[in-house]
Ligand binder design. Structure first.
Ligand code: SAH
Length: 223
């Protein structure tokens, strides 16, 4: 198959580099994030039939009614976390595993939670295949976080909820921040919450966005 030939690999690497350059052109400034986009093989984390679109800046269906976010969204959220390298990060909504794979190149450890068994299993297999060994995928309701592994230096929520789940704020380390989409079901605002370490949180709104629903105890009720 072309993807495993040296020429295929070179073409894929070039497509990734072009994608990374495009994200720089639209305002992503964190060079570590851009380098991660240029190196993570997104085509291996999406359904095979869609692989030709892997390096377009678009969201794509991944099964179970869920989507992998567009690269610009993943990059903007990751940049907003302002990661230095030694962090433990909680991701709510593993989905395809792409956001987790990007984070794996930027921090020490990633704890990711997915509620759909089929997606959690597929993401784990794909991450293993990529040799990613600092991401743990848990099956469960990530809207409650994971107190056993808390505190987290950063938290990224990749599904849209009505409001920032309180348990997630409680699991944030002093000085850490949480980024995620919150608001109505149809459209949310990307929100960054920062913990000052004295129990106070500052809230910034980073712009409108649209994500699949965060379902769970501290999200929307499942239909
Ligand atoms: N970060 C993912 C984006 C996946 S879309 C990626 O890079 O591909 C959001 C995911 O959140 C979906 O897979 C959905 O099943 C999951 N999700 C929704 N509510 C959840 C919850 N309460 N706990 C864990 N995962 C949840």
């Amino acid at each position: 198959m072309i993807q495993s030939s040296p020429l295929g690999r070179a073409e894929l690497a070039l497509s990734r580099r072009r994608l990374s350059d495009r994200l720089r052109a639209i305002g992503i400034r964190d060079e570590r994030v851009l380098e991660a986009v240029a190196s993570v093989p997104r085509h291996l984390l999406i359904p095979e039939a869609l692989r030709g679109q892997a390096y377009k800046d678009v969201s794509l269906p991944i099964g179970a009614g869920q989507t992998i976010s567009a690269p610009r969204t993943v990059a903007a959220m990751t940049q907003a976390l302002q990661l230095a390298g030694s962090e433990t990060v909680l991701e709510v909504g593993t989905g395809s595993g792409y956001q987790a794979a990007i984070l794996s190149r930027l921090v020490a450890r990633v704890v990711s939670i997915e509620r759909v068994p089929q997606l959690a299993a597929r993401a784990r297999t794909a991450l293993d295949h990529l040799g990613v060994d600092n991401v743990v995928v848990h099956l469960g309701d990530g809207s409650a976080g994971r107190s056993a592994d808390a505190p987290f230096d950063a938290i990224v929520v990749t599904a849209g909820g009505p409001e920032v789940p309180q348990p997630l704020l409680a699991q944030l380390a002093p000085g850490g921040c949480l980024v995620g989409p919150f608001g109505a079901r149809e459209e949310q605002k990307l929100v960054r919450m920062r913990c000052d370490g004295r129990g106070n949180f500052s809230r910034e709104e980073l712009g409108p966005c649209r994500f699949v629903e965060l379902l769970g105890t501290h999200g929307w009720a499942a239909a």
